[in-house]
Design a protein around this ligand. Structure first.
Ligand code: ARG
Length: 565
């Protein structure tokens, strides 16, 4: 839709000011009374061309008014150009929105690696894991939807001293069952016990370190213990991921890099990037301007670290997949680690692809009793169960308006959706507030509101006995609520692209909330089923388009929406 306008504007700008290829940066005005789209380009160019913004705007207005798609152009404020399009042009542009409701064909090219979730094994997923898990999944979904080849990677924390600790704990306080027979909760309890007991018995720590070293050296007994624990944890993870609509292509974790750290340690020493630190350890030092503290890459006893495995991991990913981009979603606590990692790769003179450590704030709880106590995680499984229970209560409260006859399915869709949307609708760059009331509200920026709005649109289409209302090619006139709803629908593909490129899913969530509000306001004010033709057909088509956008958008955010509610 913007193309013809941009072309025309560029014709004007090149004729009058010899400028070419100007990005008009079209925006949708906040208020419908300021038109369908608007540009501030006259203000931006004023200095460069040495004319007042209003004079430049006048020239643009003259050119744009001559276009067939344009019904009106106005100068506003200090030099904004506000454009109203014809109903026909707006309707034609909706084709783009409808197209954005199906995934784009693969564009080919190098893959994008998105790494997220990355739990540490032998512990159940905690509520806080929702952040990286959901943010990562929705970013991966957005890339896939836009036609990128995506490798969804769960870099599981399946290596490290915690296995030594667990082996000691199972040996000391476990019963005579095989390691494979312990549940994840029992393993967690033993792990927590280790941390309690070590406060009074420091030798436990030494024993744990020794056990891990033995594991690293290939001790058969510890190796099979480790395999059992990994299997138990992965089975537990799989069930939760399924509930959350989260999936991975690979779950190569830290242990995978055991045999790949020697080579990078060697290279680092050869290139004098890894130098001797305290007690025979190896470290990387950074320039003063970088303000980064030294990076420990090998302990004095020869043991590798989290950092060593990440360096090896970078090398492996680059060599194996030649990705165009690597995204690693973590919470803010890992920021320094990744800055050091990237700097280390640079010192090693590796050519690394576009890289971002996509950060999220911390999870905070509106309900103080949910804040975790030391060593005690708030289990994700419990949180999701409670969410479904609370959704059941909400459904009971709204009993008279509920239409579905599968209450169980609705409650789980609503409960899980509420938690996921509750997180993804917040700016990941800030702390994420976990608030039951807000998440489950029927009329705020929440999954139930989104789900309800989708079901409402579907119900209108059911009553009209049409699932695919065709859009008329033109309308004589548009009501304000129709125009607003169309304007929002028209933004869908731009929003998808913006959310993908910035790696910020809440841009999409906010958009869907806006769309729900615009649709509900249209629905409340404008007769649809009782309208006469061609309005009836047109409004049904808008309703259909809204339902498709809501469903597509929600699913990109891992949320399911019901047809009836
Ligand atoms: N497993 C780590 C943790 O829970 C996060 C891993 C982040 N990814 C990475 N490539 N280091 O703290």
């Amino acid at each position: 839709m913007y193309e013809t306008l941009t072309e025309k504007a560029n014709d004007v700008l090149s004729e009058t000011f010899s400028l070419s290829n100007v990005d008009l940066d079209w925006r949708r005005p906040q208020e419908a009374m300021h038109g369908d789209i608007s540009t501030a380009i006259a203000l931006k160019l004023s200095k460069e061309v040495g004319q007042s913004p209003r004079d430049i705007a006048e020239k643009l207005i003259e050119g744009l008014s001559s276009l067939e798609d344009v019904s009106k152009v106005e100068l506003a404020g200090p030099g904004y150009v506000n454009v109203w399009l014809t109903p026909k042009a707006l309707i034609a542009a909706l084709a783009d929105t409808r197209e954005a409701c199906t995934a784009r064909v693969k564009r080919g090219g190098a893959p994008v690696i998105v790494e997220y979730s990355q739990p540490n094994i032998a512990k159940p997923l905690g509520a806080h894991h929702l952040l990286t898990t959901l943010i990562g999944q929705s970013i991966a979904n957005l890339y896939e939807h836009q036609g990128y080849d995506v490798i969804k990677w769960n870099y599981i924390g399946d290596w490290g001293t915690q296995f030594g600790k667990l082996a000691i704990a199972v040996g000391k306080w476990g019963d005579d069952r095989k390691a494979s027979e312990y549940s994840i909760d029992e393993l967690l309890a033993l792990y927590v016990r280790f941390h309690e007991e070590v406060e009074n018995d420091l030798t436990l720590d030494d024993a744990a370190r020794e056990a891990f070293l033995k594991l690293e050296e290939g001790d058969a007994h510890l190796q099979s213990f480790w395999e059992d624990i990994v299997r138990t944890t992965k089975a537990d993870l799989a069930a939760l991921y399924e509930t959350l609509h989260v999936s991975f292509d690979l779950d190569l974790g830290e242990s995978f890099y055991q045999d790949k750290t020697d080579a990078v340690l060697h290279e680092g020493r050869e290139k004098h990037v890894f130098t001797e630190g305290e007690g025979g350890s190896l470290i990387v030092q950074f320039s003063e301007e970088s303000h980064l503290p030294p990076y420990l890459v090998q302990k004095g006893d020869g043991a590798t670290l989290y950092s060593t495995r990440d360096i090896a991991q970078m090398r492996y990913r680059i060599d194996t997949y030649h990705p165009q981009e690597i995204l690693i979603v973590t919470d803010i606590a890992q920021k320094l680690h990744f800055e050091q990692l990237v700097e280390t790769c640079k010192q090693l003179q590796w050519k690394i692809p576009a890289f971002e450590n996509v950060l999220s704030g911390r999870m905070r709880f509106a309900d103080k009793s949910m804040s975790t106590r030391k060593g005690n995680v708030l289990k994700l499984k419990d949180v999701l169960e409670e969410a479904v229970r609370r959704a059941e209560e909400k459904i009971a409260e709204h009993e008279e308006s509920i239409q579905t006859n599968d209450l169980g399915a609705l409650a789980s869709m609503m409960g899980v959706g509420a938690v996921s949307y509750g997180i993804l609708s917040q700016n990941r760059k800030q702390d994420i507030i976990f608030d039951w009331e807000k998440m489950l509200s029927f009329d705020g920026n929440s999954a139930p509101y989104l789900q309800y709005t989708h079901a409402r649109a579907k119900s209108v289409l059911r009553k009209a006995e049409t699932e695919h209302a065709d859009m008329p090619a033109d309308m004589a006139d548009l009501m304000e609520k129709e125009r607003v709803l169309m304007g929002t629908l028209l933004e869908f593909s731009r929003v998808l692209e913006e959310a993908r490129a910035s790696h910020i899913p809440h841009i999409l969530a906010n958009y869907l909330f806006q769309l729900c509000q615009d649709f509900n306001s249209f629905y409340n004010d404008t007769p649809i089923l009782k309208a006469t033709e061609p309005e009836r057909q047109f409004r049904l088509a808008l309703t259909h388009c809204t339902a498709s956008v809501l469903k597509t958008g929600a699913e990109l955010l891992t949320i399911s929406v019901p047809d009836r509610m």
